[in-house]
Ligand binder design. Sequence first.
Ligand SMILES: O=C(O)CCC(=O)C(=O)O
Ligand SMILES: [Fe+2]
Length: 346
Amino acid sequence: MTATTDLTAPAAAPVTTRTLGLIDLSDEVRDALGAQLERLPDPNTDIDHTMTRLLQIFSTLPTGVLQQILDFGRHIDTPGVTLISNLPVDAELPDTPSDGGPSQDKKTFVAEGVLLGLSGLLGEPMGVLTEKAGQLVHDVIPVPGGAKTQTNQGSDVFLNFHSDIMHDVIGRYDVANPDFLVLSCVRADHEGVAGTYYADARDIQAALAPEVLDTLRSPLFRLNAPGSYVRDVAGGQDVLSEPVPMISGHQDFPEIAISANGVHPLTSGAREALDILQQVCRQVSHSVHLRPGQTLLINNRKGVHARSVFTARYDGQDRWLQRTYVRRSLWNVRYRVTEDNRRVHY
Ligand SMILES: O=C(O)CCC(=O)C(=O)O
Ligand SMILES: [Fe+2]
């Protein structure tokens, strides 16, 4: 774990990098979790029953660890990102699916159990029809056609600092989107160089000149819908949100929302501020090279995340992450619910 420091970037104030939460499980705790998760059935068969069982299993974590995870989910002043290490893994792993998943050959569900069990300590996993076909467990895998895109299928290009957002007919893409992402590593990339970055909005604000922050706090930006939505639904055309600020809310507890697939600034000053924002994100960010048995808890409102370039070979052994989208509560997003599944939204 390193804070990435680029001395040429235009931070206006000394750079500080907020704490990266760290949890390292003992081998004993890992094995006890693993023994229970080995027997887990496919979570998709009865998701609410599985979430209930997982709550029982994960409540046996040592009290200090459990509280650190719960505090991550419930408090405004806790870290925006926490890395959990030494989690159990599946004894046998099929090839990384070449089509971006899900795998048809995965026989045990330890990774899924870890992902959903941790998600359940933060809130409720949810799906979106236009992202991974509404699945609750997302596979994040490099796909040849998406190598150069600003999406989770990419590998050849730096995936810019962004929030995971959703197209929404209300014109705001940062309202019904997930409060948290949970990202688990099933398989690392061949060279082990793929980095996941996180920049905390509190650190970003502190590093910005007041006039740049003022611009970023003004509704001078339109978010483009996610790449998956533009590609699959809008025939490749940008679909923009109403004008929004990039950073909003309480001075000490700001919220940030950036779209990966392009932000349209409404003025030249806003364009300049956006460039500075990406550079400052790099300066204040943590980077983690995820390995099997590691999971990142990401607060999708307190900060923004990014991914480095890495080399995909499309040989069945490529990088494979699993991801959930988590809402603290499903109540205030009920206007988007599908008829078929109360966890899945349009
Ligand atoms: O591949 C990564 O490390 C992060 C990708 C990403 O932005 C996401 O899954 O939302
Ligand atoms: Fe993302």
